[in-house]
Design a protein around this ligand. Structure first.
Ligand code: MCA
Ligand code: AMP
Length: 495
């Protein structure tokens, strides 16, 4: 991706790019700030040469400045989850070998100490802005551009590296498929350390010359009042957000509900993704707002892969067809292509949209590709020309509110609790979260654990959304003849 690709980001462009709590920022203003930041980052170097630069920033002008500034200066952007526990940040920063990190002024002491202990310079965007923009390097599209951490079935989250070319392919595919224009206005309340927020909303918006309204998090009263005021014409969210919107509207008076629903109805597009959208939710949303949700399928490693059509039938319970430029093929366990309708197989993907590598982990990268196809770990079937996602090949991946979580990572933390002898974590079906993190524990004393105490113990060690929603003590974990915990059997134990 070259700086010229985001062709609305040019000096003097008076269109509004970003709207935050306090101000609107034009494309011209954002562009010159990015150039000054990139220049400041470079200092007297001519190219950052893939230096890893992290940022711990909510959705903001600073965030956009960092992301694009690092890209323009030839570095690798490492946007971090602002809800991370310090223990998690330690892993991200040290495995990526980050050298500089940007945060808001007045960063918490814990963060300062962590950066100091890792030899990372902790800075603000403001202090890095050069007086005036200087020369910036030409970046080859094959170079690394961004690293996002994703949970896997084994050990700690892996840094998924995409190149400028990857990101460009991911964006341009969606601009065409979902008919983005510069007249679009979209709210962004999803976190900015994942593809959904970064590529589908923020980057597509800025590429198209549209206006993106930035929120620090999901503020339902604020978003719905703006929807009612007719501010947005495109809306993208995870299924949990649609569930929460419906629940919220159930508590509001008729007049407000009518205004919010009319606001949604008038939009050109509502999208759901990152986790399965239940048919019931699709129907509830259609009945309430008249919007037929466009469901699509994606992954950190591939961006978006499969999408229901913008024009044409959007089918409830299905994710549609492969996006242009994305090759999709189902395979059986012996790596043979599964042909024809009604035959399930693992989704494998090829295309410019596919990531380059897991950072510093050649083995994991090698294992995730077979014959050049990226293996998603998701099972699907084609019915009547539409792909339907059937589930994952691993029980150790949990999708909660759109976040991909590793059961093993959570188990690893819980096992360090002095009272816990054995633990098995699963995702239990849940109406709000899709899957709710659920821990089955065997305690050393045989006594119950105090849930509130466990929660605060967890709080220091993991992001709050990873903390189990249910904890159930068992006398022993169910195991097969080999001694392996039979996780599927845990799913039927009443909580
Ligand atoms: C918040 N909580 C959660 C989650 N989010 N618990 C489980 N799972 C979650 N996802 C808990 C908090 O720990 C807290 O618990 C309580 O809910 C309130 O937290 P708050 O942050 O206020 O919640 P919220 O604002 O209502 O957040 C819900 C959310 C958020 C907006 C749905 O989870 C979210 O932004 N999810 C989207 C993640 C995402 O973008 N995924 C895309 C990655 P307590 O009160 O006990 O402390 S996937 C991707 O990018 C691929 C490519 C794709 O296909 O899109
Ligand atoms: P992540 O690695 O966080 O980007 O999450 C990617 C995973 O989310 C995929 O491998 C799927 O398991 C899941 N996912 C994304 N979109 C959908 C969808 N529309 N339906 C079902 N699962 C989905």
């Amino acid at each position: 991706m070259s700086h010229h690709d985001f062709h609305h980001l040019t000096d003097g462009n008076a269109r509004i790019a970003l709207v935050d709590d306090t101000a609107s920022h034009t494309y011209g203003e954002v562009n010159s700030r990015i150039d000054r930041f990139a220049t400041g980052l470079l200092g007297n170097r001519s190219d950052l040469e893939e230096e890893r630069i992290a940022f711990f920033l909510p959705a903001s002008l600073d965030y956009v400045t960092c992301m694009h500034g690092v890209w323009r200066a030839g570095g690798i952007s490492v946007p971090l989850n602002v809800a991370s526990a310090v223990a998690e940040l330690d892993h991200y920063l040290s495995s990526a070998k980050v050298t500089r990190m940007f945060a808001q002024a007045g960063a918490p002491n814990e963060l300062r100490e962590l950066c100091a202990s890792l030899g990372i310079e902790l800075l603000t965007v403001e202090e890095m802005l050069a007086e005036a923009p200087g020369d910036l390097p030409e970046i080859d599209p094959g170079r690394r551009a961004m690293m996002l951490f994703t949970s896997g079935t084994t050990s700690k989250p892996k840094g998924t590296v995409s190149t400028h070319k990857t990101i460009r392919a991911q964006i341009t595919t969606l601009i065409d498929a979902w008919c983005w224009t510069e007249d679009d206005v979209i709210p962004l309340f999803l976190p900015l350390h994942h593809i959904h927020g970064i590529v589908n909303i923020l980057s597509c918006g800025l590429w198209a010359g549209a206006t993106v309204h930035l929120f620090a998090g999901l503020d339902i009263p604020k978003v719905t009042s703006q929807v009612a005021a007719g501010v947005y014409n495109v809306f993208m969210a995870v299924p949990t957000v649609y569930v929460k919107l419906i629940q919220y509207l159930e508590t509001r008076d008729e007049k407000e509900v009518a205004a919010v629903c009319a606001g949604f109805k008038a939009m050109r597009l509502n999208i759901s993704g990152s986790a399965a959208c239940p048919v019931k939710l699709f129907e509830q949303w259609r009945d309430l707002t008249g919007q037929v949700l466009l469901e699509r399928y994606g992954m950190t490693e591939i961006g978006m892969g499969i999408s229901n059509p913008y024009h044409g039938e959007r089918r409830a319970g299905y994710v549609g067809q492969p996006l242009p430029g994305v090759e999709v093929q189902l395979f059986d366990e012996s790596h043979r292509p599964v042909e024809g309708e009604g035959n399930p197989g693992e989704i494998r993907i090829k295309g410019d949209n596919v990531f380059l590598e897991y950072w510093g982990n050649e083995e994991a990268t090698r294992k995730s590709f077979v014959d050049g196809w990226f293996c998603s770990g998701d099972m699907a079937v084609i019915e009547d020309g539409y792909y339907r996602i059937m589930g994952r090949t691993s029980v150790d991946i949990i999708k909660s509110g759109g976040y991909k979580l590793s059961a093993l990572e959570i188990e690893g933390v819980l096992l360090t609790h002095e009272e816990i002898a054995e633990v098995a974590v699963i995702g239990a079906e849940d109406e709000v979260w899709g899957e709710a993190v659920t821990a089955f524990v065997v305690t050393k004393s045989g006594d119950e654990l105090d849930f509130a105490e466990l929660k605060s113990w967890c709080n220091e060690r993991m992001s709050s959304y990873k903390i189990p929603k249910h904890v159930k003590r068992l006398d022993a974990l169910p195991r097969n003849a080999m001694g392996k915990v039979t996780k599927p059997s845990l799913k039927s134990i009443p909580l």
